[in-house]
Design a protein around this ligand. Sequence first.
Ligand code: KG4
Ligand code: ZN
Length: 344
Amino acid sequence: MGCILYTDNYKILGIDTSCDDTSAAVITAEDKILSNIVSSQSDIHKRYGGIVPELSSRRHIEMIWPVVNEALNRAKTSLDDIDAIAVCYGPGLIGSLLVGCSFAKAVGYAKGIPVVAVNHLEGHVFSIFLGKERPDFPFISLIASGGHTSLYIVNGFGQYAELGRTRDDAAGEAYDKVAKLLGLGYPGGPIIDKLAKDGNPKAFNFPRAYIPGPFDFSFSGLKTAVKLRVHDLEFKGQNKKMGLLNDIAASFQSAVVDVLVRKVEWAIVKRAIKRIALSGGVAANSELREKMLEMAERRGVDLFLPSPYLCTDNAAMIAAAGHRHFTAGNVASIDLNPKAYLPL
Ligand code: KG4
Ligand code: ZN
């Protein structure tokens, strides 16, 4: 911790290497995005149906400089004009996080730029501030990604009260695992989202886990139910039916969306909060966005949705949370270490 002098028009470089995307962005203190580069590794991982951590960290090492350079070039700036570097230090894959943290500390030290450590989940929460419509505090925040599915009350910057979280798989993880068992590739979310548009959501009655919590989630039972149904269809020789994949995708998706919408609805009712913000890769889902909007209108509350490209992992969201830490004087020291497990 230290006290930092800053001006209102500073520029912050964000870096995220928490999982399988290498990302760098430059934003201003007013949350204006000057650049936001994401280099996807999905081509490397798709043949395995999920992320291979060792391949991921090796690719980050290759890509970090080119991606940061591209972000600086697109923002028409250079490291000499960067006032702070915000780096994601967890949660995530430890080898991947190490690349971003080591890079940020080395560049920060060499160029005399302060480094700010950002929790990836806090980045997702603050992705909503990169858009035109920004919520006042407090708001209910649903983070639904490949690694997390959690509900928070956000009372202000740094003031997060967790209401619930998944007890097993994250929503995005369920999408990825179902896509894998259907042989659809990785990441599963966008593929299933697309297939579901031409499917019947009532074709299969997959379970909705409204577990008592009341804000906790569970998606592993749903994934198993899809698996058992697929095996059953194969056994009966019905697995080649036209449109079957679309129907499975639509039925699975409507089970995920029903639970996410219902839990958020309970949260706004029970906590009497009038604003909802979604984030994380699953928040890019077209049906979730539509159904959440219907519910918000019915309940008379405001819904804030980041653009789909800001829902999935990106460094602009890390910079958005990062400059708030920077103005609060939360600067990391040179012994900053990444953390694979890091609650918000
Ligand atoms: O936030 P994110 O990019 O990374 C993590 O922090 O995990 O989320 C990635 C997850 C993946 O599981 C992916 O399948 C899912 O988000 N996803 C989607 C969609 N786009 C990405 N899930 C459902 N519908 C989508 N359109
Ligand atoms: Zn994420």
